[in-house]
Design a protein around this ligand. Structure first.
Ligand code: DHB
Ligand code: FE
Length: 254
């Protein structure tokens, strides 16, 4: 028997890896090479990236089956907690030639459909050329990111610009693995959201765009049914309407 939950989780993980290796007749030498590969991933500081690409989407899909909320998606490596509070309905963007204005219109409800007032919604996405502030091009954190509060009807509106497809870092071991598998390193254009309100589970998700490039072959496996949106058009702006249904705070069974 197991002494504690940690002991069981570690054993289950080790057994899951071992059965995948046995199923594919992986040799001792190949196993050793795999472990050495993981060393390289750590040395290149790509551990988070590797797990974001290969594991996070599976974790979320499995967890979501247990909740009655709207679909969630991976967080990815570029969430930042300390971002401007948006009160004028606009994310700060940098003027760029190819930018397309985007209006995001949302409502946050609880699992019964009742509006959730005063929820904090973090929104972040790439520039029109696929870069994230704070992480790329020394772009200051206040660009293309912010947090808004929902009104008495659980709603908010936010103006920004369309994100574009994004290549995950492809010069290191994670990119090398994807390429060796015959895959590419692109993610489709997407907008990230994290909705937070006391008494509910944090709701982390992404919106993708119908017809967008790479929408059917995301290298991070992050596409989920119900998260691909057709955009409307209003006064020269694309319009994304996405609603979030929260779930009551979840506690792990002992
Ligand atoms: C990665 C980047 C993203 O923008 C994202 O949403 C998910 C993953 C990445 O680089 O792995
Ligand atoms: Fe992203």
């Amino acid at each position: 028997m197991y002494n504690n939950r940690l002991e069981k989780i570690v054993d289950d993980l080790a057994n899951a890896i071992a059965s995948a290796l046995a199923e594919n007749n992986v040799t001792r030498e190949e196993y050793r090479e795999g472990v050495m590969y993981l060393m390289k991933v750590a040395e290149a500081k790509e551990t988070v990236l590797l797990y974001d690409v290969f594991v996070e989407n599976l974790v979320i899909k499995n967890q979501d089956r247990r909740y009655a909320n709207s679909p969630q998606a991976i967080q990815g490596p570029y969430f930042v907690e300390e971002v401007p509070v948006i009160t004028d309905g606009k994310l700060k963007t940098l003027p760029q030639d190819n930018e397309v204005p985007l209006l995001i219109r949302s409502q946050v409800t609880d699992e019964t459909g009742a509006p959730v007032e005063g929820a904090t919604v973090f929104v972040w996405h790439s520039t029109p050329t696929g870069k994230y502030s704070k992480f790329h091009d020394e772009m200051p954190t206040e660009y293309y990111r912010g947090q808004v509060k929902t009104d008495a009807n659980g709603r908010f509106e936010l103006e920004t610009t369309m994100p574009s497809p994004y290549s995950i870092p492809n010069k290191g071991p994670t990119g090398a693995l994807l390429l060796a598998m015959g895959r590419h390193t692109m993610r489709p254009a997407h907008v990230h959201f994290k909705v937070r309100k006391d008494g509910f589970r944090d709701h982390t998700t992404q919106a993708y765009f119908q017809g967008g490039e790479w929408t059917d072959s995301d290298c991070a496996g992050g596409i989920v049914d119900g998260l691909i949106f057709a955009t409307g058009e209003e006064a020269g702006k694309k319009v994304l309407e996405i609603d979030f249904k929260l779930d009551k705070r979840f506690t792990l069974a002992a």
